[in-house]
Design a protein around this ligand. Structure first.
Ligand code: HEM
Length: 488
């Protein structure tokens, strides 16, 4: 395919395509992308194959801007890994939705729920979860060794429970609560499940003929039932709680009014089923990403005591006479923002963006070796965010954890479209404010109460996993939390 199109292409092997080494877990997906990004340094784009499917990797930042922003009307879909008819709950949430499924109107319906003012309302719920988490370790009154990935997965779960499903879980105190176990099951893409995903990628028809499902029916039924019961209870008892369900009930009412007024149905209904699908966004999009982001930033603070100290100083200087850290105080901490931004640069939880064209498109030649590249409708594009964020042309000394890159004097030097941990253009992350808020709150509460220190289990440097997409080592990331009171 790529030879015929005159596009430089990464070598590939029969059936597995170019990703063979990644599928066989010899190279991580991140390294695979970083390698071709480097290898084809004098090209704007390069082809490779995922099994039999041709994918175009874009290296050039002008082209990236074109694809994600200027020509969004062409590149507005993602590849559907799991067809909606396999499980509508998973296939019909915003993260998976195609333009044909009504992505535009669902995004417009959900966007108001993610504004700063709504985040401020939900802040109180995040605070409760963070306090429960801190209390769990504080009451132990000693230095505790933790696998940060495990505890932050529990924390991310509790935040999802309270803000998207209206349930208080406290997964530190109740480690085997049903919500957590179901959430783990729903987001577990290891082992046999990965093969099923690849199976759907290779031949959805064959997978459907053999009736192979990716998700356990028990999991879908559990989340459907949870949302249904909560919605019924709230409606019948007129209960208002500052969470996502309430915001969705409001959006549903608004939509019903529009329908009555215009006497015509909108293309996307916010029905109970659709609300369940949207609540599940938090699991699909905000469970692994938030827990990985927190794990990496806490690791970097643990192995960089000078940076941790500077952040702790900022926290102490900003929080004066406050019993609880407020939303406003959090937004005043500029160094905190630099630390998080740098960690998202070095360890992007989603190191690659995808786009699928919904119309034919031509990339016109700019370099001497190029000819017009005619892409058909349905062409797959990938943007190697991780590789761009590690490119020394854009980020000198790229492996160094240096929050100062994002301070007021330096941040304007960052070239647009080289730093995209939350994606780019109209299809960017809808939950970025929500994610940053919970990460900031956790870091501040954690540092107020504990010093993060390496212990004998801490890997320095970190050996990134070849099998996990986000690079988190298979046996987790270990550090110790040392109560501050013991140090004084
Ligand atoms: C640190 C945490 C997070 C990171 C790094 C992250 C990153 C991303 C990225 C890179 C994308 C793809 C953007 C693109 O293709 O241009 C995305 C999409 C998305 N994210 Fe996040 N995300 C995070 C947390 C969350 C949370 C907490 C939610 C909760 C609702 C969320 C909801 C979504 C949704 C719904 C989409 C799809 C948007 C659409 O298709 O219109 N994300 N995220």
């Amino acid at each position: 395919h790529w030879d015929e199109q005159g596009v430089a292409c990464e070598k590939s092997v029969f059936i597995l395509g170019s990703l063979a080494s990644s599928i066989l877990r010899i190279t991580s997906m991140q390294d695979f992308l970083a390698n071709i990004y480097k290898k084809f340094a004098d090209h704007r784009y390069v082809g490779f194959y995922q099994f039999n499917e041709p994918i175009l990797l874009i290296r050039d930042i002008e082209l990236i801007k074109q694809i994600t922003v200027k020509d969004f009307d062409v590149f507005s879909d993602y590849k559907t890994y799991l067809p909606a008819d396999v499980d509508p709950l998973w296939g019909k949430n915003l993260f998976q939705m195609t333009i044909k499924d009504g992505w535009h109107s669902m995004r417009a319906t959900l966007s108001p729920a993610f504004t700063s003012s709504k985040m401020k309302i939900m802040y109180v719920l995040m605070q409760e979860c963070t306090e429960q988490f801190i209390q769990h370790f504080k009451t132990q009154n000693k230095s505790v060794s933790i696998n940060v990935k495990d505890v932050f997965t529990r924390f991310a779960n509790d935040i999802i429970g309270t803000s998207a499903f209206g349930i208080n879980c406290n997964s530190m105190k109740n480690p085997d609560n049903e919500f957590y176990l179901m959430g783990k099951e729903a987001t577990d893409f290891s082992g046999f499940k990965v093969l099923k995903f690849f199976g759907y990628s290779f031949s959805p028809t064959l997978m459907k003929i053999f009736g192979i499902k990716v998700f356990n029916k028990k999991v879908s039924s559990f989340f459907r039932k949870t949302i249904k019961e909560t919605l019924d209870y709230r409606k019948n008892n007129n209960i208002i709680r500052p969470d996502m369900i309430h915001l969705m009930i409001e959006a549903q009412k608004l939509q019903e009014n529009i329908e009555v007024n215009k006497t015509k149905k909108l293309s996307t209904e916010l029905s109970d089923e659709s609300m369940t699908a949207q609540a599940l966004i938090f699991f699909n999009a905000g469970f692994e990403s938030v827990s990985s982001a927190l794990s990496f930033v806490v690791y970097e603070l643990g192995v960089h005591p000078d940076i941790q100290k500077k952040l702790y100083q900022e926290i102490r200087e900003t929080i004066i006479n406050e019993e609880k850290v407020t939303y406003e105080t959090l937004s005043m901490m500029k160094y905190l923002e630099c630390v998080i931004s740098e960690s998202l640069r070095l360890h992007s939880p989603l190191p690659v963006l995808e786009r699928k064209s919904i119309k034919p498109y031509t990339i016109y030649p700019v370099m001497s070796h190029e000819i017009p590249l005619h892409l058909k409708e349905g062409s797959l594009i990938c943007i190697p965010v991780g590789a761009l964020q590690h490119d020394e042309n854009y980020f000198p000394n790229p492996k160094k954890f240096d929050p100062e890159r994002f301070n007021n004097d330096n941040k304007h030097k960052i070239v647009p479209f080289t730093y995209m941990p939350f994606g780019a253009g109209p299809r960017n992350c809808i939950g970025s404010r929500f994610a940053l808020l919970e990460i900031k709150l956790m870091l501040v509460e954690l540092l107020q109460n504990f010093e993060i220190v390496p212990n004998e289990k801490t890997q320095i440097p970190l050996k990134l996993s070849k099998s996990n997409f986000n690079g988190i080592p298979d046996d987790g990331i270990w550090l110790a939390l040392q109560p501050r009171i013991l140090n004084n």
